[in-house]
Write a protein that binds this ligand. Sequence first.
Ligand SMILES: *Cc1c(COP(=O)(O)O)cnc(C)c1O
Length: 483
Amino acid sequence: MNYISTRGAGAGERHTFSDILLGGLAKDGGLYLPAAYPRASADELARWRTLPYADLAFEILSKFSDDIPADDLRELTRRTYTARTYCNVRDDEQAAQITPLKTLGVENGAPLALLELSNGPTLAFKDMAMQLLGNLFEYTLAKHGETLNILGATSGDTGSAAEYAMRGKRGIRVFMLSPHGKMSAFQTAQMYSLQDPNIFNIAVEGVFDDCQDIVKAVSNDHAFKAAHKIGTVNSINWARVVAQVVYYFKGYFAATQSNDERVSFTVPSGNFGNVCAGHIARMMGLPIEKLVVATNENDVLDEFFRTGIYRVRKSAETYHTSSPSMDISKASNFERFVFDLLGRDPARVLQLFRDVEQKGGFDLAASGDFARVQQFGFVSGSSTHADRVDAIRDVFERYDTMIDTHTADGLKVAREHLQAGIPMIVLETAQPIKFGETIREALLREPERPAAFVGLEALPQRFDVLPADAQRVKDFVASRTGA
Ligand SMILES: *Cc1c(COP(=O)(O)O)cnc(C)c1O
């Protein structure tokens, strides 16, 4: 499998899965994609239907990573996708499924279900890919005798998923910046209670933007970056995207009796990583009818899929909402889909994303390209806070099921795209306990708390407080990496 950049640079070069695993953007600023999508044959689909999650993950991932020996990859997926890691299920019998499908009911003739993706250690769907990434990083680094120091900034979710994936991994340290005193007690405890010596929580005396600015400043110091082997784990990482392809297959098999049936998925979306994986599953031949992109008030993606106009938002137009993990001004994985939409023409992708940098967006409405969005199965919708509160209340009353604000966004938008006879699967991206305030508002009761999280806030915490100063952070990192 060869990987190419969406912007076309280095077209003659070869990049394997392992080559791009630890990197970020391609050197021309584009994103990596396979030179061609592998197909799942009818025989394979038939055989995969009954596989346990870890073995299904092996089958799918091996099509994208043929440079990793099969026995090693099988061992990595079996170590990653265990009932012990994905144990935070509401029904114990379901843990072995890793991503259980919870049937709600039939609405407008369409069976409606939730695919539970948030039973991992941090109760959000990012664990699905990040846990695999931790094991892949450790494996690849050991093979080449290398080490990696991951530097990141978080306002809550991504940082904890990264820490729980990398804790205790040989050859890896994590330096995670978070705004001191600005996260919820639950989020703070989730991160700061980790006692693993390779995890460094740095509480920055500032806001999230200060944390991000420091990461940028350190990353722009190329000499420091090289000397201290600094890397990141952001949402454009290809391995994260491809690991997410697996649960579209798993969800499809759980919702259908045979591979002749079609299903639709609704995906609460921010950076377009999750739904991009759905697009790839569809390109591989999984019978997906519609991919419904659900946004909150930050509706950059909904606007595009309705009008063909992609318009990056300024910070004053980017809202803090009750589904904060979808609060984005632009969607960092979107370029991958645009590349396919434009018939994989890197010169045009380069031009469009130059327009994004220079003019803040582009308009495909007039060109014939936008009409092809339908061929790719994409439709969209958005929600407001009131919509999400209504959805949480309605699903609780009607189906005795508590959902979080991101999943509520998905459910609201899914209901606008139901088709009789076609199952609609809403991806459940987080558990309600993570967004307790809105649960209390909607249901006038406390969110459900998985057993492993009882007493979390009372555990001893380990973190260092630093001023919002890039040099002080560099000094801290240097003193812990000893280079
Ligand atoms: C990250 C996240 C999303 C958005 O996923 P993308 O891959 O960025 O589109 C949605 N819901 C939750 C709970 C998340 O943590």
